[in-house]
Design a binder for this molecule. Sequence first.
Ligand SMILES: [Zn+2]
Length: 279
Amino acid sequence: MSTLLPILYILLTLFSLAATWFSIRYAWWSKALDYKHPRILMYHMVSDPKSGTQFNGLRVSPAMFEQQLHWLKQNNWHFVTMNQLIDNPSKLPEKTVALTFDDGYEDNYTQAFPLMKKYGACGTLYLVINRHDNDWSTKKKAHHNSGELVQEPKLSDEQVNEMVTSGVFEIGGHTTNHVNLNTIDKQTKHEEMSESKAILEKQLSVPVNSFAYPFGIYGPEDPAIAEALGYTNAVLAEGGIETDLENNRFEIRRVKISGKDNFLAFKIRLQTGKRGWKK
Ligand SMILES: [Zn+2]
């Protein structure tokens, strides 16, 4: 008995530590934000994680992506593109979700596209024009110079064309070179944002209305530039669930879907916009 008691105390302490960690990590007590607010989800790659790499947060595995689509469909979520979403934000049905994909990784065609067709989903692809041999990761932080993202295969023009003509994907702008808008002058910003729009419109014969700030980085004048160039909406890289789409069409927050999250974290992000207490 005398030896059992300390062990019991240790076990109890360990259990409460684990419960506290779980609570802080997932903030499971947070209430779901009203489902009249659409959820705009941000993806990059749909591929399995690679060991010893830096950007696995950007890689959602195909199995996890399918589980997410299956759950969204089962739970009566209504898929829209950003263009459809911004068309009439006040008339959206409850549980509207927009899947968005940044940059133009080839797995969006090989992995995401067939799964989206299977589940009747649609989404918006923010495509960089000069996406091959362009190591943009260093434009955000100089130490991101591992060369990891530049080696990831990117979509070909033919693949993009098939994705868009299928009706599954809307195409959106993401600048010509995936620039950091905070490090270039106004003239270059105009060129990057308008040239990419014109190229995509010509190539795909569709209007390009939606824009995503590369890295989610933008300056105070950039929302007005995007609007002046003819975009109708622009998304940020993070921030959670957007609650004022009517008045906030050029600084729309998105829910980050991380490859490092498990399925519970995904469901919590859909409810609250964040996985846990802070993130
Ligand atoms: Zn990007």
